[in-house]
Design a protein around this ligand. Structure first.
Ligand code: HEC
Ligand code: HEC
Ligand code: HEC
Ligand code: HEC
Ligand code: HEC
Ligand code: HEC
Ligand code: HEC
Ligand code: HEC
Length: 502
C-alpha cells in the first residue's frame, strides 16, 4: 500500500509532532502496516490481529460443504471464493455449524448446522465488532413491537392474517427493523419471520441483530459496506431521508464524481490518508480516522436524537434513568474530529451552530407547543385514546414524524432543500393550515356537546401559543421590531436591485 499524504496538522507544529513525524517515516521505511495502529499501539489491536488471523487449511467439514454446494448453489460458492474469508480458510462450516441444543439447529447431510449465522456466531472471531454493535441502537431496532407506528402496521394499515403477524410488518417494518425469528415445531424457520436481515433481528439464540444488514453475504466486502447505498436500504423515504440528503449534499456530489478514487476496498481506510474526496455515511458514523478507531455503535458520534417529536440530547434518556453512558459532548467531539480530517475546526464549529439553531428553533416554535396541544386534547377527552382515529393525530404525525424530521436531518447532513422545502415549509403549512383549524373545530365541537370547560382550556392554550412572538404574525400581530426590520430590509432590497424600475 502507498501512503501519499501524512495528515498535515492545522495547528502550528510542535516538537513532539516532529518526533511523531519521524516515527511514522521510520515505520513506513520498514514497511510496517497501518499508521493508525502504530499510534494506537494498544492491546486491542493485538486482540484484533489474533481474531483476524487466517487458518492454515480449510477444515475437512467445510471442504465437504463446498464441494457439494459448488454444484448446488454456484452463486454462493463463487461469492465465498472471492471473499477474504476464503483467503483465510474460513469456510461454510465455521460459520454455519451449530450445536444440537441450538433452537434452530438442523441435521444436514452428516452435519448439524443452522441457516442463520447470528452475531454470536461471528463473535467467535470478531468479538469487538459484535460487542460494539450489541450495545448500539441498531441492535435494539427489533423492539418496536409496542410503538405507535406499530399500530399502523398491525391495526390501521394491516391485520394479523399471516401466522399471527401482519403482512405489512413482515414485508415492511421487520425487513428494516428485524423480525423475531421463530422456529416451527418441525424445525423449519417460520416464513413470517425468515428470510429477514433487519438490523435488530431477534435471533433464535437470543442474540440481537444481523451483521448481513450491512455486510452482504457471501462476499462480506468492504467496498459494499462502505458505500452509502448500504445504509440507504433503510435510511431513506419520507420519514428519515438520510440517503437522499447525502446524495444532495456536497459530500454526496464529490463521492459519486470520484468514486474510483475512494480506495473503497482497502483494508485500512482513513480519511486524509487513504482517500480524501468525500466522506460516506460510514466515514462519519463508523470508520476509523487518524484519531479514532472503527466503531460498530453508530450512536457513538451523534449528539442529538432527532427521531422523537421533540429532539433531545442523545444521553438525556439514560441520564433520566440514572444510567451512565458516553456524554453527548464527547460524542460530538469525536464527530468533529472526523470532520477535521478535511475541514478546519472553525468551519466545523460554525456548522454545528447552524445545525443546533435549526433543531432548537423547530423544538421551540412547533414541537413543544404542538406536543402540549395534543396532550391537552387527549386529557380533556376531545380526542379518543385510540391512536390514528382522529384526523388531527394524522396531522400531528405528519408534522413531527415526517416533515419535522426531514428538516432536522437536512440540517444535520447539509441538504438545504430537505431543511427548507421538504422540511420547515411543510411543517409551517401543516401547523397553520391544518393543525390550528382542526383544533378550532374540536373546540367548537366540544362546546356543542356541552363540554364548555374543556373547550375553554384548550382555547386558552391555543391563544397563548398563537399570541407568542413566534406565531403572532398569524393573528396579524407582527411584533414591531420584526415589522421594522422587514421594512428596512425591503427598502434596502429595492434600492439595491430595483433602481432601474424593473
Ligand atoms: C452432498 C451435498 C451437500 C453437502 C455435503 C452439504 N450440503 Fe448444504 N445443501 C445441499 C442441498 C441439496 C441443499 C438444498 C438446496 C436448495 O434447496 O436449493 C442444501 C441447503 C443448505 C442450506 C440452506 C438450508 C435452508 O433451509 O435454506 C445451508 C445453509 C447449507 N446447505 C449449508 C451447508 C453446510 C454448512 C454444509 C457443510 C457443513 C453443507 N451444507 C453440506 C447439499 C449439501
Ligand atoms: C462468514 C460466515 C459465512 C460463511 C463462511 C458462509 N456463510 Fe452461508 N450464510 C452466512 C450468513 C450470515 C447467511 C445469512 C443468514 C443470516 O442472515 O443470518 C448465510 C446464508 C446461507 C444460505 C441461505 C441463504 C440463501 O440465500 O439461500 C446458504 C445456502 C448458505 N449460507 C450456504 C453457505 C455455503 C455453502 C458456504 C460455503 C461455501 C457458506 N454458506 C459460507 C454466513 C456465512
Ligand atoms: C472462524 C472465524 C470467523 C468467523 C466465524 C467469521 N469471520 Fe469474518 N473474518 C475472519 C478472518 C480471519 C478475516 C480476515 C481475513 C483477512 O483479512 O485476510 C475475516 C474478515 C472479515 C471481514 C472483512 C474485513 C476486511 O478487511 O475486508 C468482514 C466484513 C467479516 N469478516 C465479517 C464477518 C461476519 C459478518 C461474520 C458472521 C456472519 C464473520 N465475519 C464470521 C474470520 C471469521
Ligand atoms: C425502510 C426501512 C424502514 C421501514 C420499512 C420502517 N422503519 Fe422504522 N425506522 C427506520 C429507520 C432507519 C429509523 C431510524 C431513523 C433515524 O434515526 O432518523 C426508524 C425509526 C423508527 C422508530 C423510532 C425508534 C426510536 O428509537 O425512536 C420507530 C418506533 C419505528 N421506526 C417503527 C417502525 C414501524 C412500526 C414500522 C412499520 C409500520 C417501521 N418503523 C418501518 C427504518 C424503517
Ligand atoms: C450499519 C452497518 C454495519 C453493520 C450492521 C455491521 N457492520 Fe461491520 N462494518 C461496517 C462498515 C461500514 C465497515 C468498514 C469500516 C471501515 O471503513 O473501515 C465494517 C467493518 C467490519 C469489519 C472489519 C473491521 C476492521 O477492523 O477492518 C468486521 C470484521 C466487521 N465489520 C464485522 C461485523 C460484524 C461481526 C457485524 C455484526 C455484529 C457487523 N460488522 C455489523 C458496517 C456494518
Ligand atoms: C459529513 C458526515 C456525515 C455523513 C457523510 C453522513 N452523516 Fe449522518 N449525521 C452526521 C451528523 C453531524 C449528524 C448529527 C450529529 C449530532 O446529532 O450531533 C448525523 C445524524 C445522523 C442520524 C441521526 C438521526 C436521528 O434521527 O437522530 C442518522 C440516522 C444518520 N446521520 C445516518 C446517516 C446515513 C444513513 C448517511 C448516509 C446516507 C449519513 N448519515 C451520512 C454526519 C454525517
Ligand atoms: C437494515 C436497516 C438498516 C441499515 C442497513 C442501517 N440502519 Fe441505521 N438504523 C436503522 C434503524 C431501524 C434505526 C433506529 C433504531 C432504533 O432506534 O430503534 C437506525 C438508527 C441509526 C442511527 C441512530 C443511532 C442512535 O444511537 O440514535 C444512526 C446514526 C444510523 N442508524 C446510521 C447508519 C449507518 C451509517 C448505516 C450504514 C453504514 C446504517 N445505519 C445502516 C436501520 C438500519
Ligand atoms: C473526506 C473529507 C471530508 C470529511 C471527513 C468531511 N467533509 Fe465536509 N466537505 C468535503 C468536501 C470535499 C466538500 C465540498 C467542498 C466544496 O464545496 O468545494 C465538503 C463540504 C462541506 C460543507 C459545505 C461547505 C460549503 O462551503 O458549502 C459543510 C458544511 C461540511 N462539508 C461539513 C462537514 C462536517 C460537519 C463534517 C463532519 C461531520 C464533514 N464535513 C466531513 C469533505 C469532507
Amino acid at each position: 500500500m502507498k501512503y501519499t499524504v501524512i495528515r498535515s496538522n492545522v495547528k502550528p507544529a510542535r516538537w513532539w509532532d516532529f518526533v511523531k513525524f519521524l516515527a511514522i517515516i521510520i515505520a513506513l521505511s520498514f514497511n510496517t502496516f497501518a499508521v493508525t495502529e502504530v499510534a494506537a499501539g494498544s492491546s486491542k489491536a493485538a486482540e484484533k490481529a489474533k481474531a483476524m488471523k487466517p487458518f492454515k487449511h480449510l477444515s475437512k467439514e467445510s471442504a465437504t460443504c463446498a464441494s457439494c454446494h459448488k454444484k448446488e448453489n454456484p452463486g454462493v460458492y463463487q461469492q465465498w471464493g472471492r471473499s477474504k474469508h476464503f483467503g483465510a480458510n474460513v469456510g461454510c462450516y465455521e460459520c454455519h455449524k451449530a450445536k444440537t441444543s441450538d433452537k434452530d439447529a438442523i441435521r444436514h447431510k452428516d452435519f448439524v448446522i443452522s441457516v442463520i449465522v447470528s452475531p454470536k456466531d461471528c463473535a467467535q472471531c470478531h468479538k469487538s465488532e459484535v460487542d460494539q454493535f450489541s450495545k448500539s441502537h441498531h441492535a435494539k431496532a427489533g423492539e418496536i413491537i409496542g410503538s405507535l407506528d406499530n399500530v399502523l402496521a398491525e391495526v390501521v394499515e394491516g391485520m394479523l392474517s399471516f401466522n399471527g403477524a401482519s403482512p405489512v410488518a413482515v414485508n415492511g417494518c421487520w425487513q428494516c427493523h428485524g423480525s423475531e425469528v421463530k422456529v416451527l415445531s418441525n424445525g423449519d424457520l417460520d416464513p413470517a419471520t425468515w428470510p429477514n436481515t433487519g438490523i435488530g433481528r431477534i435471533n433464535p439464540d437470543g442474540s440481537r441483530g444481523a451483521c448481513t444488514a450491512c455486510h452482504q453475504r457471501h462476499e462480506f466486502s468492504m467496498r459494499q459496506a462502505r458505500r452509502p447505498e448500504s445504509c440507504g436500504k433503510c435510511h431513506l423515504g419520507p420519514d428519515h431521508p438520510q440517503k437522499e440528503i447525502y446524495d444532495e449534499s456536497k459530500h454526496g456530489i464529490n463521492f459519486y464524481a470520484n468514486v474510483d478514487k475512494m480506495n473503497l476496498n482497502s483494508s485500512k481506510w482513513v480519511p486524509g490518508e487513504d482517500y480524501d474526496a468525500a466522506p460516506t455515511c460510514a466515514t462519519c458514523h463508523m470508520s476509523a480516522t487518524s484519531e479514532l478507531p472503527i466503531t460498530h455503535d453508530v450512536g457513538d458520534r451523534i449528539s442529538w436524537t432527532l427521531r422523537p417529536a421533540i429532539s433531545e440530547k442523545i444521553d438525556a434518556k439514560a441520564i433520566k434513568m440514572g444510567k451512565k453512558v458516553k456524554p453527548w459532548l464527547d460524542r460530538r467531539k469525536d464527530m468533529k474530529s472526523v470532520c477535521n480530517s478535511c475541514h478546519s475546526s472553525k468551519t466545523i464549529s460554525n456548522f454545528y451552530e447552524q445545525f443546533d439553531s435549526l433543531v432548537n428553533m423547530y423544538n421551540d416554535k412547533f414541537a413543544i407547543p404542538g406536543n402540549k396541544l395534543m396532550k391537552l386534547l387527549k386529557k380533556e377527552k376531545m380526542i379518543t385514546d385510540t391512536p390514528f382515529d382522529d384526523n388531527i393525530e394524522w396531522t400531528w404525525f405528519f408534522l413531527w414524524h415526517h416533515e419535522g424530521r426531514r428538516a432536522r436531518h437536512g440540517a444535520a447532513m447539509q441538504a438545504p432543500d430537505y431543511t427548507q422545502w421538504h422540511g420547515m415549509f411543510e411543517v409551517a403549512h401543516r401547523f397553520y393550515t391544518e393543525m390550528v383549524p382542526e383544533i378550532k373545530e374540536l373546540i367548537e365541537h366540544a362546546k356543542e356537546k356541552g363540554n364548555k370547560k374543556s373547550a375553554a382550556r384548550v382555547q386558552k392554550l391555543l391563544d397563548e401559543i398563537l399570541n407568542s412572538p413566534a406565531h403572532s404574525w398569524y393573528l396579524g400581530k407582527i411584533p414591531d421590531d420584526v415589522k421594522a426590520k422587514r421594512k428596512a430590509d425591503r427598502e434596502k432590497f429595492n434600492k439595491r436591485y430595483l433602481q432601474d424600475g424593473k
